[in-house]
Design a protein around this ligand. Structure first.
Ligand SMILES: Cc1cc2nc3c(=O)[nH]c(=O)nc-3n(C[C@H](O)[C@H](O)[C@H](O)COP(=O)(O)OP(=O)(O)OC[C@H]3O[C@@H](n4cnc5c(N)ncnc54)[C@H](O)[C@@H]3O)c2cc1C
Length: 579
């Protein structure tokens, strides 16, 4: 480490300590004087520390008071505090005359595994993960694919890898054409991005915003294999860019150090950015540990929600609208168990049909990754930041209009359960994980009963379409070529997996190694055909008083990681509801 890097790391450690103390104060776990002592020790001025303490105490007291005096009705109820729901709640609550209830099944995000970027993977399989799992799939050797999703304030944005990936120009133009609504086209979405972002990288006034709420940067001091990967990409003809989200996402692809939502060494979840700063306001109540069971319907109008709060049933009404932002698996589940879905399927479960919408739960999409191509280091290097600091977008077939591949370099050995057993990579390894981001395979989310406690069945159908398999096989070869080429080969002792396999052997490796990229989406798609669930204004077809704002409304999954797209969906919903 250089002296500057040393100082940077020390600064981050100090910031982390102050944030931890602020979290504790906000949860009422420590006294103000303990916080002040911690802040002073970390070099924070008395004025700044007092103002932080003042906010934390006020926010804590406010939410305690609002949460223990729940009202019978609110103007708006937002269900789910994830990447979209947090944005909707914030935009609604900006009007002090509007009362907002934000309901979340998970608990506090004020824990080190959420706040510290390097600990993101320690949340998987814990109480902060819904821990879904797909049904056995013949296309991936009958494996059940684990499908983690965030169950905590901030949803996915609190447990994810923090990559900020804005989607390709063609994605947004496609959304607009499906919705029949220009508000979704690239030019209009670009305006939203410019307004909300505080981009720290190379200036690009046409595409990037400065001074907005959403801090976006490239990782501090990326690991040496990250720039080496960019050099290796150039070697195979993939151009490199300073910015993953600039002109690169309007063309044929390229390689870049990614954009991340990390500031001063801390995760910036969407909840922390949008909702946390207003927790001291009297018009927004954030209700964690509250599990939405069903929508309350009066004919075709949604009038409120039923939930379990601390295990006890509670119904709360919405004077204006309910917004479902519960993610691409629970949103269709809640719709169906409320009587909105395919009439024949609902009747099978004895559910009274409120509105026949056959598209609910259909069109399930996800990006599929191979975990991974793995190399053993000649000299081990410890991972940094979020352990994922280089990526590229490329086409498996030059004739495609949009890149369909997005591998990520991962700074640890990344395997599926099956390939982990077969290859047993040692700890000192790095990975380059091939992935397809324009899948043609479609899956489905089904309910298994009328009772909200019954689980969903997820038929993910990963790699069901031959085109997806062909593209992923090409991507594996491309990643192997890059990882074994000069700029990266100098870091390697050996290629651990998959090695030079051919034909069926390589296909079998791909099926054993296929995992989710965690971009579950598209199960309540926006559009106008008979399989669409919402219109361009995110209103559920045939239903009043209900909008959906989350990854489920995507007509097709965006090209790249999905959090930024969900923030745009939240912003669009916020603008529509406050117009
Ligand atoms: C491990 C992991 C890594 C990822 N990495 C990245 C990345 O680096 N970059 C990126 O762009 N994307 C990433 N993603 C994907 C991204 O986080 C999601 O696409 C995005 O958060 C989806 O937003 P959403 O609003 O649709 O749902 P979510 O963010 O999942 O929010 C839904 C919220 O609703 C709550 N909820 C659900 N059901 C109920 C209920 N019945 N009652 C009350 N509340 C409920 C959930 O607990 C959750 O908080 C990752 C996801 C995971 C899981």
């Amino acid at each position: 480490m250089t002296q500057r890097q040393d100082e940077g790391a020390a600064d981050h450690a100090a910031v982390a300590l102050v944030h931890r103390a602020e979290s504790a104060l906000m949860q009422g776990r420590i006294e103000r004087r303990d916080f002040m002592r911690a802040a002073m020790a970390a070099g924070v001025s008395v004025a700044v520390a007092s103002s932080m303490a003042g906010f934390a105490e006020k926010a804590h007291a406010n939410q305690l008071q609002l949460g223990t005096n729940l009202q019978k009705s609110y103007d708006f109820i937002v269900c789910g505090s994830g990447s979209s729901g947090s944005v909707v709640a914030r935009r609604l609550a900006e009007n002090p005359n509007v009362k907002v209830l934000l309901i979340e099944a998970g608990g506090s995000d004020e824990v080190p595994s959420v706040i510290s970027p390097s600990q993101w993977f320690t949340n998987l399989g814990t109480e902060r993960d819904w821990g879904f799992s797909a049904e056995p799939n013949p296309h991936i050797n009958d494996r059940r694919m684990p499908l983690s999703m965030g169950k905590v304030l901030g949803g996915g944005s609190s447990i994810n890898v923090m990559i900020w990936s804005r989607g390709h120009k063609n994605d947004w133009d496609y959304f607009a054409s499906e919705a029949g609504d220009d508000r979704w086209n690239y030019d209009n979405v670009l305006k939203i991005y410019r307004r909300i972002e505080d981009w720290q990288g190379a200036s690009d006034p046409l595409r990037r915003g400065k001074g907005g709420m959403v801090h976006v940067q490239t990782p501090d001091n990326p690991i040496a294999i990250a720039p080496a990967m960019l050099e290796a990409c150039r070697g195979v003809g993939i151009p490199t860019f300073d910015d993953q989200n600039g002109v690169m996402m309007e063309g044929d692809g390229g390689a870049a150090i990614p954009n991340v939502r990390i500031k001063d060494g801390q995760r910036m979840s969407v909840f922390r950015t949008y909702v946390r700063p207003i927790l001291d306001r009297p018009n927004i109540t954030v209700l964690p540990h509250a599990n939405i069971q069903r929508l309350v319907m009066k004919g075709s109008r949604v009038t409120g929600v039923e939930m379990l709060l601390g295990g006890k049933p509670l119904t709360i009404s919405a004077r204006k609208e309910v917004v479902l932002s519960t993610g691409a698996i629970n949103t269709p589940k809640i719709l169906m168990q409320s009587g909105i879905g395919d009439a024949a399927q609902l009747k099978q479960h004895g559910i009274k049909v409120a509105h026949h919408l056959p598209g609910v739960g259909k069109n399930y999409q996800d990006h599929i990754m191979v975990a991974g191509c793995v190399w053993e280091y000649a000299e081990p290097i410890a991972f940094r930041n979020n352990a994922a600091e280089a990526t590229f977008f490329w086409k498996s077939d030059a004739k495609l209009d949009t890149p369909d591949l997005q591998p990520f370099q991962i700074e640890v050995p990344y395997t599926s359960t099956e390939t982990g057993k077969q290859y047993a990579p040692p700890p000192a390894c790095w990975s380059l994980s091939p992935a397809i981001v324009r899948p043609e395979s479609r899956g489905e989310v089904l309910i298994t009963g009328a009772d909200p406690s019954t689980p969903v069945k997820i038929f993910g159908n990963a790699l069901a379409e031959e085109r997806d398999r062909t593209a992923l096989l090409r991507c594996i070869e491309l990643c192997r070529e890059i990882g074994n080429s000069g700029p990266l080969a100098r870091f390697n002792k050996r290629e651990v997996m998959p090695g030079p396999k051919k034909g069926r052997d390589m296909e079998n490796f791909m099926r054993d190694a296929a995992v989710t990229y965690w971009h579950q989406s598209c199960t309540a798609k926006m559009g106008h055909d008979n399989m669409s669930v919402v219109d361009g204004q995110l209103r559920v077809h045939g239903i009043e008083g209900l909008r959906i704002a989350d990854a489920s409304i995507m007509p097709r999954v965006t090209t790249g990681n999905t959090m930024a797209g969900c923030v745009i969906i939240g912003e669009q919903a916020g603008a529509l509801l406050t117009a």
